[in-house]
Design a binder for this molecule. Structure first.
Ligand code: UT7
Length: 337
């Protein structure tokens, strides 16, 4: 009898631009303090891509380069590149297309997925289907964001939150039951009013008016998003545990989207997990939107062991939210940084 094929993560790569924007520098730009940002959000620093000639595809391709090098993979063997992003280089062609080209994945087809901060989860679930069906043997899933290109650095309510960066994973077939086991994904378009970027699309193409009205940057009603994020991220993570009869003891790590330390704590609490079972790097990188989850895996890779149970969870603009249950497929210590 043929064994069931699952999609295992067989490596992680990442890229963070050099420039570090800390809370002291932000306090000189807007009326805020390190104390407010640390208490209300939990961020100390974020990386910013300063070079105006480079964008998300550059960071994404750098992450893919590292991933392919680490795993000893020939770029020509990649079948598919999926890029999750809300900051594509351009409306078209897709940033995934540009990443595949820049990383030398010349035999891959590529496309973007837009699900805001849940983008990586949606892309991971999609990529895993191409592996499970046998349609692809090697799939790269990338989250790449130049958030600094859509942040209003005069708005103290949003500018401390976001950072730039990229992370990428390689998916390959597994017959030992390791990899992506299940996913629960949700969308609710009624959340659009609370978190969006108004212009630059077909509704409000760029014009003098859109620029004058500052519609090319993020608009967020923080509290409405906060409440929805806490409720949905916790609910969907607990649902995943119930679907698979997982207790808190069974879970090695919660891998949560890094939007606000208070949202992470609330989710972990509902799951019955202590802080030491949460991957947390928000203090260093801020919210890199679709790059937060692979950046967590990258930072914690050396601590992961084959067979570890991970619950990935995210919530973002749309609204979109979801969780993925995966069994880690290799001893991360082999890739000690
Ligand atoms: O990843 C995508 C999904 N996004 C999220 O998950 C974000 C969810 N929301 C949040 O994380 C929080 O709502 C924020 C971090 C955005 C804001 O925190 P908050 O505790 O909800 O603050 P608030 O918006 O209720 O504002 C409280 C006060 C206000 O002053 P008044 O009206 O009480 O005088 C704000 O003007 O804090 C003020 N404030 C600030 N003060 C100092 C807002 N931003 C700042 C700031 N520094 N940077």
């Amino acid at each position: 009898m043929n064994k069931k094929i699952t999609a295992a993560i067989t490596g992680v790569g990442a890229y963070l631009p050099d420039y570090i924007l800390d809370n002291d520098e932000l306090s000189q730009m807007v009326d805020t303090t390190d104390e407010w940002i640390m208490t209300r959000i939990g961020i100390k620093t974020r990386h910013i891509l300063k070079d105006p000639t480079k964008a998300s595809s550059y960071m994404g391709s750098m992450a893919v380069n590292e991933l392919l090098e680490k795993t000893g993979t020939n770029p020509k063997d990649i079948d598919l590149v999926i890029c999750a992003t809300v900051t594509p280089d351009m409306i078209f062609p897709s940033t995934g297309n540009m990443i595949a080209y820049q990383a030398g994945c010349s035999n891959a087809f590529a496309f973007d997925m837009s699900a805001a901060c849940s983008g990586f989860l949606f892309a991971l679930a999609t990529g895993s289907k191409y592996i499970e069906t046998g349609a692809c043997k090697k799939v790269v899933v990338v989250g790449a964001e130049k958030m600094s290109s859509i942040v209003d650095y005069n708005d103290r309510a949003t500018c401390p939150i976001f950072g730039d960066g990229a992370g990428a994973v390689l998916l390959e077939p597994n017959e030992e039951g390791l990899g992506v086991i299940d996913h629960l994904l949700h969308s609710d378009g009624s959340g659009e009013k609370h978190l969006h970027m108004k212009a630059g699309g077909s509704l409000n193409p760029a014009s003098y008016e859109t620029v004058a009205n500052n519609w090319h940057t993020i608009t967020q009603e923080g509290q409405a998003v906060f409440k929805a994020a806490v409720a949905h991220m916790a609910d969907v993570s607990v649902s995943m545990m119930e679907r698979h009869n997982l207790s808190a003891d069974d879970i090695r790590y919660l891998v949560p989207h890094q939007a606000n330390l208070r949202i992470i704590d609330a989710t972990a609490k509902r799951m019955g997990l202590e802080r030491d079972k949460c991957m947390i790097n928000i203090e260093k990188y801020g919210n890199t939107t679709s790059a937060t989850l692979p950046l967590c895996l990258w930072d914690y890779e050396s601590r992961l062991k084959k067979g570890d149970n991970l619950i990935l969870a995210a919530f973002g603009g749309g609204f979109t939210w979801g969780s993925v249950y995966l069994k880690w497929a290799y001893d991360g210590g082999n890739f000690l940084k």
